[in-house]
Design a protein around this ligand. Structure first.
Ligand SMILES: *Cc1c(COP(=O)(O)O)cnc(C)c1O
Length: 351
């Protein structure tokens, strides 16, 4: 079964070989305080900087999931109040998780067909602005240009960005925000259980200023351990190794992005002129490049999913309020051209 689910999704074919290598090299029982682990930590973050063009003065931390990053940010980076700008379920969940940690939160929902304009997002209160760069539930994205504009319009706030379903697939302008995070089971083509959290120098200063250390994953502790190229707990060493191997072989992100954008345009061409299957998002300017949601009536979608499954393809269910009325197809780098071609053949009968 080839998984077109927008996470967890298809892993790279090389992954089983990398796991074997990890076993052979003793990584599966590697001590996370050893010299070898510190080398692995250094190598992996170096490849992340090099291949994704993360500025050299931004720091990289390893965590277990994007959900964990939501909590870490709420715990360690919010002084008084966080502002959550969202148009879908993941952005709203981030808001809910933060609220549950008894932080002051402010929700700013927006229309999923509309691009964000900085002049409509000037904040008098709050100290951290939360944005979802790629909203996996409805297949929309906020371009880095808009994120940068919102940041410069609110110079006293930190800007934190959930890029879980786009990092590793499209080229992100990391300077446009202070905090970025993603887990690896989406565009990195790896099994779940690892996430990366990236902090700008300003975010590092905020960690220091707040000094929160009530939790095992408090950024104050992660920051202390990062200096030693270690984590504050036993991390997913295998997954860090797999990430290192995937990145070592990876092309520069611009090359990958080119492929992803071309494929997204081809999906839109495939749907243009279709009678029954339509893109959920009409505004091209906000369509995600990595997650492609389609709408049709519920019965038709059931038939589509069934036919896909019979031919060996798993499609993504709709998410949250869009569950019954949409399907989602991942456009992640690990998916192969011939697999997309075969899936389109199956879907052709349902257009
Ligand atoms: C998948 C996803 C998450 C949750 O990721 P986990 O690694 O399962 O915690 C959060 N945000 C977005 C935008 C996602 O796509």
């Amino acid at each position: 079964m080839i998984s077109f689910y927008p996470g967890p999704s298809r892993v790279y074919d090389e992954v089983p070989g990398y796991v074997k290598d990890a076993h052979r090299k003793g990584l599966l029982s590697m001590n996370h305080r050893s010299e070898e682990f510190m080398d692995l930590y250094k190598k992996t973050t170096r490849y992340l900087h090099e291949k994704l063009h993360i500025p050299s003065n931004y720091h990289i931390f390893f965590t277990s999931s994007a959900t964990e990053c939501w909590e870490i940010i709420a715990q360690s980076l919010v002084e008084k109040q966080s502002i959550h700008i969202f148009n879908g379920s993941f952005g709203e969940k981030w808001f809910d998780y933060t609220k549950r940690l008894q932080k002051e939160t402010h929700a700013v929902p927006f229309d999923r067909e509309k691009a964000l304009l900085a002049r409509e997002h000037l904040y008098e209160t709050g100290d951290l602005i939360c944005l979802t760069q790629n909203e996996t539930s409805n297949g929309t994205q906020v371009h880095c240009r808009s994120i940068a504009d919102i940041k410069s319009a609110n110079p006293d706030h930190l800007v934190a960005v959930d890029a879980t379903s786009s990092m590793g697939g499209i080229a992100l302008d990391f300077k446009a925000a202070d905090v970025w995070f993603a887990s690896v089971q989406k565009c990195f083509g790896l099994p779940a259980g690892l996430a990366i959290l990236i902090c700008s120098p300003r975010a590092m200063d905020r960690i220091e200023k707040i000094g929160e250390q009530s939790h095992y994953n408090s950024l104050t502790l992660l920051k202390k351990m990062e200096v030693l190229h270690q984590t504050s707990y036993t991390p997913n060493v295998l997954c860090i190794y797999l990430l290192m191997r995937v990145l070592r072989d990876a092309r520069q992100i611009e090359k990958t992005e080119k492929k992803i954008i071309k494929r997204q345009e081809q999906w839109m061409d495939f749907l243009s002129g279709a009678k029954r299957l339509q893109p959920l998002i009409a505004n091209q300017n906000v369509q995600s490049h990595t997650v492609i949601p389609m709408v049709a009536d519920a019965e038709h979608l059931l038939a589509v999913k069934k036919a896909a499954r019979k031919n060996g393809f798993l499609l993504g269910e709709g998410y949250g309020p869009l569950k019954g009325t949409s399907i989602r197809i991942a456009n992640f780098p690990a998916l192969k051209s011939n697999e997309i071609r075969e899936l389109k053949k199956v879907l052709s009968a349902f257009r």
